[in-house]
Ligand binder design. Structure first.
Ligand SMILES: *[C@@H]1O[C@H](CO)[C@@H](O)[C@H](O)[C@H]1NC(C)=O
Ligand SMILES: *[C@@H]1O[C@H](CO)[C@@H](O)[C@H](O)[C@H]1NC(C)=O
Ligand SMILES: *[C@@H]1O[C@H](CO)[C@@H](O)[C@H](O)[C@H]1NC(C)=O
Ligand SMILES: *[C@@H]1O[C@H](CO)[C@@H](O)[C@H](O)[C@H]1NC(C)=O
Length: 456
């Protein structure tokens, strides 16, 4: 009897403990949605245990239907495949991740060797109908994907998606453009009463992941991703949505090398060809050849330009072309003028004459001054009267022309004429350089304007 007493006490303790345990276990078992996972770690997952869950897949998995399902989403932008400015489409590749809770799935990992997650074919589960509003293509998601189901009922579903989305593309700044495309994730059917969207990752995390995943060194570079979460109102229904603003920038190297540099060289050569002598008659053919070359260049490079819209670069090309045409016209005009004044010099208007003289005197003094300092006053004194002479003589041209028919020797008329021709020729050169400076001024100002626009 004395020996039994501790045993009885122990028995009572055991009984109480077992009753307590039993109670807690039965309480756990009373939860109708707990899956009996014993044997999963030995014999594999029992399909029968999951059958009740699979049977419910047609319905949104909630116990109280007035509680909305919270779906957290994120994505990784793994490639930017194409940006089509003509039909305003951005083609990209996304890995979309979705996470939500299914209250009908639950098991105790300790009952089955610490099994925490199981992969289940996604077609057996309820899936949220999240889509991208800008999506303009049929969904090419592979059909047989799986989802991870966690012991707490959390479901993680990832799917790859080739997204052809509509995007408002502005190619004005081509090739230095950057585009801001929107990807709006929203439910097709469920309003805010039934489905809410959340973020699975922060936006900076999405941006960093995408940057490290994008391996393509293609034309486009990911600059950043931002988000906004305005609700979408359609009629009387309110839909939850998350908008991601994907900012991408074009890598302009190809276009700089193939379009801007050759064009710049051609226009530089065109400007430099003003230094060819105007008299030789070489300048106009040279410019004509350049113009022809530029036209061929434009024809060949047309494929590189965006097929629609008027980017600034087209304006730039048109400007280069018109500058070339204008300089060619200038050369033709100058050749004509030089030809005219050497064969039959028209009388020079008085105002032009005095203006020209004043200018020549000014530039001559300006030019001679440095020489004066080195060589003394000799050469300038010699030269200045030489310049004065045509002035005086040209002023006498009308008088001399009257006297020449009277039988004056032609030997006196010849230097008079040649000096007039000389003066005209000087005028042509001055006009040439004046037009050249005007051309340079216009070219540089318009180029600077265009470059400033590109930089902005
Ligand atoms: C789980 O199922 C096994 C048989 O597969 C059964 O022996 C065990 O009692 C069940 N456990 C519970 C808690 O229902
Ligand atoms: C369902 O949820 C709503 C709101 O949370 C609550 O008012 C209602 O009592 C719940 N119904 C049941 C049966 O639990
Ligand atoms: C979704 O995210 C929110 C906030 O980050 C978090 O509280 C919630 O548990 C998440 N839900 C799911 C299903 O992941
Ligand atoms: C992209 O566009 C949206 C509106 O269309 C704007 O709110 C957002 O700030 C823009 N993002 C960038 C980086 O420009």
């Amino acid at each position: 009897m004395e020996k039994r007493q501790p045993c009885m006490q122990g028995f009572l303790l055991c009984l109480i403990l077992s009753v307590l345990l039993q109670g807690s276990l039965s309480h756990a078992r009373s939860d109708a949605y707990t899956i009996n996972c014993s044997g999963f770690h030995l014999n594999g997952v029992d399909p029968a245990a999951f059958q009740p869950v699979f049977d419910r897949k047609a319905f949104r998995p909630v116990i109280n239907s007035s509680i909305p399902t919270l779906v957290n989403i994120s994505f990784t932008l793994s490639a930017i495949l194409d940006v089509d400015a003509q039909i305003q489409l951005l083609t990209s590749f996304l890995w979309v991740n979705m996470v939500w809770d299914n209250p009908f799935i639950r098991w105790n990992p300790e009952e089955c060797g610490g099994l925490k997650k199981i992969s289940v074919a996604a077609k057996n589960l309820w899936l949220p109908d999240i889509f991208i509003i800008e999506f303009m293509d049929v969904d090419q998601t592979p059909p047989s994907l799986s989802a991870y189901v966690y012991s707490s009922g959390r479901i993680k579903y990832d799917k790859p998606m080739k997204v052809t989305s509509i995007c408002n593309l502005d190619i004005f700044y081509f090739p230095f453009d950057q585009q801001n495309c929107t990807l709006t994730f929203s439910s097709f059917l469920y309003t805010v009463d039934n489905l809410l969207l959340g973020m699975e990752k922060e936006v900076w995390e999405i941006t960093d992941n995408s940057r490290s995943v994008i391996r393509t060194q293609g034309e486009w570079e990911l600059l950043g991703i931002n988000k906004a979460t305005p609700k979408l109102i359609v009629g009387s229904s309110l839909y939850d949505q998350i908008m991601f603003y994907v900012t991408i920038r074009r890598r302009p190297r190809l276009y700089i090398i193939n379009l801007l540099v050759p064009s710049g060289f051609l226009i530089a050569i065109d400007a430099l060809s003003f230094f060819l002598p105007a008299e030789g008659g070489n300048r106009a053919p040279f410019k004509m050849t350049l113009l022809l070359g530029y036209t061929v260049f434009l024809l060949m490079m047309n494929d590189l330009l965006p097929p629609s819209g008027t980017p600034l670069i087209s304006v730039y090309f048109a400007l280069c072309l018109s500058l070339m045409v204008v300089s060619l016209l200038e050369s033709i005009f100058l050749t004509y003028l030089l030809n005219l004044v050497t064969t039959q010099p028209p009388p020079m208007p008085r105002w032009l004459h005095s203006l020209l003289l004043r200018y020549l005197r000014a530039t001559d003094c300006y030019k001679k001054r440095p020489q004066k300092e080195t060589k003394g006053s000799g050469p300038s004194l010699v030269h200045l009267p030489g310049l004065m002479e045509p002035v005086v003589m040209a002023a006498w041209v009308p008088g001399s022309s009257e006297t020449s028919p009277n039988g004056d020797p032609g030997s006196k008329r010849l230097p008079l004429e040649s000096s007039a021709v000389n003066l005209w020729r000087k005028f042509c050169h001055i006009l040439d350089s004046l037009l050249f400076w005007l051309y340079l001024l216009f070219m540089s100002s318009s180029l600077i304007t265009i470059i400033a626009l590109w930089n902005s």
